[in-house]
Design a protein around this ligand. Structure first.
Ligand SMILES: *Cc1c(COP(=O)(O)O)cnc(C)c1O
Length: 474
């Protein structure tokens, strides 16, 4: 008879408790100790080489040893986003309640494909809260998924099913009229991926020129739709573009979509939570008019990564695009039985689905709506502070400031200087920011989605950028 090996499966209760306590300590040490570490340091090449070469051992590892390896080799080399001085991309530090919930979600380890167990009901609650946040009406719904990229794929699949003049699920695209999707040049690259993947084809993604503020221009959109001889099925608008936080004029775009009977998907992966702030509630009110909205709880709601959400006005549209119930999964809907509603897997591409809702719920619940409003305002304040400091600085130029993203450049320098400044800062460990391109020019970009960033951190960033540029020029 085969025996249970040593290692985790062989651990007794006492050993498991000791290891769990150690894991919790390591996690907390990490969270509170990051301030003292460089924001980023490159992963040691020797360690990378060791991992490249090391074979999978036949022998089990002791749990404590395993945790020690994780602490010294893994947690010591993060990308930096847990640090208060990390301002790159849209990568926040993890909500602490979300960190704890991650372990507990893994402990229950359900597949949230559907059924009548806690995770399914919790996901519905979280989706309802997020729909409420963006102002979608009662009866709206959605699914949690890996992030904005998958949300865009799922949304455009629903749009294709709803708006194509044929059934792409059955017939594919060959032979039908050519479909098209309209967006603006600033839209996230995940829209291109989605259009490619759904067989619509990149050449049928019509990218309308952005206005000088990086927004989708409604007059140009209307013209483009009117002139389009293909069959437009959807418009993708941004509620906070990733490059510079541009918010498209959602109300006008929604009216145009209604006139042309096309689906409106709003990419709020980054920016949607700003609707909680009085400063942006007006600009983002049009979220409520969308057919679908992507929101990434793992961005501006700080939930540990792998927490995206697609919210839809009419959840049945998702079901029409994805339902497929094989015989071994057929169940009767019975609130007292194993399944009280259609399975979530009927509304999305994933079948076995992780328990994302617990992390999202833990973060939303532990901070509360008012707490989130305060955190979003905190991040917006940091961006205002940076924009004002840059504007007042003789060696810096403010290029753009919208939501919590500030784009700026070192005065008198070209693209190379900005890129060199960013690179030197990234490798210096004192702070971390990146670049983006605005109207053909490379600029520095700082995005604040970080409750740990203080006003001193922003002052330090301004000083660091100016000093670094000076050093490179001389
Ligand atoms: C991050 C982001 C995406 C892509 O989402 P993932 O979660 O990275 O898949 C799409 N749009 C915007 C505006 C984003 O910020």
């Amino acid at each position: 008879m085969a025996e249970i090996p040593a290692g985790a499966w062989g651990a007794g209760e006492a050993e498991l408790r000791a290891a769990a306590a150690r894991a919790a300590d390591i996690a907390v040490d990490h969270l509170v100790g990051l301030r003292e570490q460089p924001v980023f340091r490159p992963f040691p090449p020797e360690l990378a080489a060791r991992w490249r070469e090391e074979d999978w051992s036949d022998d089990p590892s002791d749990l404590q040893e395993l945790l020690r390896d994780i602490a010294t080799d893994v947690l010591a080399y993060p990308f930096g986003n847990g640090h208060g001085r990390f301002h790159a991309w849209v990568n926040p530090p993890p909500d602490r309640a979300g960190v704890l919930a991650a372990m507990l979600a893994a402990a229950t380890n359900p597949s949230v494909a559907g059924g009548n167990h806690a995770s399914v009901h919790l996901e519905r609650q979280v989706i309802r809260w997020l729909c409420g946040m963006v102002g979608l009406p009662g009866g709206s719904g959605g699914v949690l998924l890996s992030g904005g990229s998958l949300a865009t794929i799922v949304a455009l699949a629903a749009a294709r099913q709803a708006k194509a003049p044929f059934d792409a699920r059955i017939d594919g695209l060959a032979g039908g009229p050519t479909l098209a999707v309209h967006a603006c040049t600033e839209v996230h690259s995940c829209v291109t991926k989605a259009v490619e993947l759904l067989g619509i084809g990149r050449r049928n993604l019509r990218l309308v020129d952005a206005d000088p503020d990086g927004r989708l221009d409604p007059a140009r959109l209307r013209e483009a739709l009117e002139a389009d001889e293909r069959h437009p099925i959807a418009v993708v608008a941004s509620a906070g573009s990733v490059s510079r936080g541009a918010i498209d004029p959602l109300e006008e775009i929604a009216a145009i979509c209604r006139d042309h009977d096309v689906w409106l998907h709003v990419d709020g992966a980054y920016g949607a939570p700003a609707v909680l702030s009085e400063r942006y509630a007006g600009a983002l009110a049009g979220l409520s008019l969308a057919d679908s909205v992507a929101v990434d709880p793992h961005k501006w709601l700080y939930v540990p990564v792998d927490a995206g959400a697609l919210l839809v006005r009419e959840p049945e549209r998702l079901r029409e695009a994805f339902t497929l119930v094989p015989s071994y999964l057929q169940v009767t809907h019975d609130p007292d039985g194993i399944s009280d509603a259609p399975w979530i897997a009927e509304y999305t591409v994933e079948q076995t689905r992780p328990f994302r809702a617990l992390r999202v719920w833990a973060a939303l619940k532990s901070t509360g709506r008012a707490g989130y409003r305060a955190l979003v305002d905190h991040d917006l304040d940091r961006a205002v502070q940076l924009a004002e400091a840059v504007a007042a600085h003789p060696e810096l130029t403010l290029d753009s400031h919208r939501l919590s993203i500030v784009c700026f450049s070192c005065a008198g320098g070209g693209d190379d200087l900005q890129a060199d400044v960013a690179r030197r800062i990234q490798l210096g460990g004192e702070a971390f920011l990146t670049t983006t391109v605005i109207e053909g020019r490379t600029v520095l970009r700082a995005c604040f989605v970080n409750p740990l960033t203080t006003t001193e951190d922003v002052d330090a960033l301004v000083e660091l950028v100016a000093r670094t540029a000076r050093g490179l020029r001389s």
